[in-house]
Design a binder for this molecule. Structure first.
Ligand code: 5RP
Length: 236
């Protein structure tokens, strides 16, 4: 089974998981290719839910295309569940997220939910977080100051760039990747994150940081993870 098939498999398992919720509730929905598989799998059952709350512009677009109702999170008190992928997940359910750049809204919507249901294939399971460069969304104006503070953690800090585009004159142009909140992303490579809760708090204290892609406080409560043999359900 290739990775796309594994994502589809776990997306279908997540559909079956959320259909166990009583009808008429509002569901939080994440961002990325695995979350997309979940949205596609759930679309035939959209009337089971009163509506959804989305974690990015890309997810909102996909949800609307499928005919889901997308609600303003400010108008919603709480969510029974939030379903999203991850870039890495450790044995305690702590995650690195933000590979797709949607970490801030993902963390806000996750904080509204009673349960975080993480969906991924088994390549995302790691003993210790940090092989995947840690995304940190920042205020662009203070890029240098925040980058210097992040470098003190011992990793290598890189400004995330958007895909190169070709200009009218045929030259390639490279611009920083801009988030849905008009932030930029610094990726910190080479960290071995032994204490995700402490590091999340430490990075949150750096002035100029909008959100760190460590989901330790908002960790997963349920993990649905696929491999060639099927999908396992792990609770934390
Ligand atoms: C986006 C995320 C995604 O959940 C994460 O990057 C995993 O994406 P994919 O399912 O495409 O592997 O955090 O900000």
């Amino acid at each position: 089974m290739n990775q796309d098939q594994l994502k589809q498999l776990v997306g279908e398992a997540a559909r079956d998981e959320v259909l166990k919720l009583p009808a008429g509730q509002i569901l939080g929905i994440g961002t990325g290719s695995t979350a997309n598989c979940f949205i596609d799998a759930l679309s035939a059952h959209k009337t089971h839910f009163l509506g959804t709350v989305s974690s990015s512009n890309a997810t909102t677009e996909r949800l609307l295309k499928h005919g889901f109702k997308v609600l303003d999170p400010n108008e919603v008190d709480q969510l029974p569940a939030y379903v999203d992928g991850a870039d890495e997940i450790d044995p305690a359910g702590h995650m690195i997220k933000g590979g797709g750049g949607a970490l801030t809204r993902e963390k806000i919507i996750a904080s509204m939910a009673n349960r975080f249901i993480c969906i991924c294939d088994s390549s995302k399971q790691v003993p210790v977080l940090g092989s995947f460069a840690l995304p940190v969304e920042i205020i662009p104006l203070y890029k240098g100051i925040v980058a210097r503070e992040l470098a003190k953690l011992g990793g290598m800090v890189t400004l995330r760039m958007a895909k190169e585009t070709r200009t009218d004159l045929g030259q390639t142009s490279s611009q920083p990747f801009v988030t849905d909140n008009d932030g930029w992303i610094l990726d910190v490579a080479g960290l071995k994150i032994a204490d995700p809760i402490a590091l999340e708090m430490q990075i949150n204290q750096i002035a100029g940081v909008i959100t760190v892609g460590l989901f330790a406080k908002e960790k997963a409560n349920i993990l649905l993870v696929s491999n060639a043999f099927g999908v396992s359900r792990i609770t934390f």
